[in-house]
Structure formats: structure tokens, C-alpha cells
Ligand binder design. Structure first.
Ligand SMILES: [Zn+2]
Length: 161
């Protein structure tokens, strides 16, 4: 591979290798995704559009590494290394969203990623620059939550809203 120029920004995963997922229940999961961020699995659950077994973690890491860069260049490179464009928009708002923008994307049961947007100068920016793995709070006691691949340092506290 010459410099890994065309390395895909997704990986195939064996869905049976994930073991038993902690199940929060459908209603709770929906409520939580609405409260805490855009949810990639919710998009995937739309019947015919479902695609199992692709993990876009390399894309999320790639986009985070491009904060401050010009969107046109980032976008063309990402498109060239993806099977489809949609996962880019799980993480990046190219146009101002309707309503309050979501600060995080949830991928899988407990992996969160900082969401991004394209600013008026067409530069990629973090939605919530102050948020990191030490400021974000987990949403339950039973899962190991991560933000941008790093485990959260705060414990779950049911007493705090
Ligand atoms: Zn849990």
C-alpha cells in the first residue's frame, strides 16, 4: 500500500463478535438519543437502508483530525475513502441545522463522538470545543462510555440531572 492514500475510512466488523449488548430497552434508548445526541444506529435501523457490519470509527477519527481545515478538501478526501456519503453527515453539519445543534454523535451503545460543523469561512469546527472525556458525564452506570475513543473520567451519578 503506497502511503495508505486510499485506506478506507470504515471497517467491516463481525457483528456476532460483539457479544451480548447491554439492552437499555427501545423507549429509553430513543429518549436518550434524543436527549444526548444524534444516533447513528437509529439511522441504520430504517429498514431497507440498514447496513450491518460497517464501523465508521476511522471516519470519525479522520474528521476530528481535520478540525480547522477547509471543508472542500476534507470532504473530497472523505468521499474518496468511503462507501457512501451519509456517515459524514452523522458527524458534520454542513448547513445550519433546524433547532438546537447536537453536540455529540452516538455510535453503538456507548461510544460518543464530538459533532462538527462547517463555519462561514468553510472551515471545519467543533460544535462544543470545551467538551472532552473529563467534562462529559456518562448516562448510565452499567456501560463504559467513551468520547472520541477515550473513556469518560467522571462516574455515573443518578442524583445529578
Ligand atoms: Zn448501560
Amino acid at each position: 500500500m503506497r502511503g495508505g492514500r486510499k485506506t478506507p475510512l470504515y471497517r467491516k466488523v463481525n457483528t456476532t463478535a460483539h457479544g451480548v449488548h447491554h439492552d437499555h430497552g427501545g423507549d429509553y434508548r430513543d429518549a436518550r438519543s434524543q436527549a444526548h445526541g444524534v444516533s447513528a444506529p437509529a439511522v441504520q435501523s430504517m429498514g431497507a437502508k440498514r447496513r450491518r457490519g460497517l464501523d465508521y470509527t476511522p471516519l470519525f477519527r479522520f474528521l476530528l483530525s481535520k478540525v480547522g481545515c477547509h471543508w472542500d478538501a476534507v470532504h473530497s478526501e472523505a468521499i474518496a475513502r468511503l462507501d457512501r456519503e451519509q456517515p459524514i453527515h452523522w458527524m458534520v453539519d454542513v448547513h445550519p441545522p433546524l433547532g438546537t445543534p447536537e453536540p455529540t454523535l452516538r455510535a453503538g451503545e456507548s461510544s460518543y463522538w464530538s459533532r462538527l460543523y462547517v463555519d462561514e469561512n468553510k472551515l471545519l469546527q467543533l460544535r462544543e470545543p470545551a467538551q472532552d472525556h473529563s467534562t462529559m458525564r456518562p448516562f448510565c452506570a452499567c456501560c463504559t462510555h467513551t468520547l472520541n475513543g477515550v473513556p469518560l473520567t467522571q462516574g455515573y451519578d443518578a442524583e445529578r440531572p
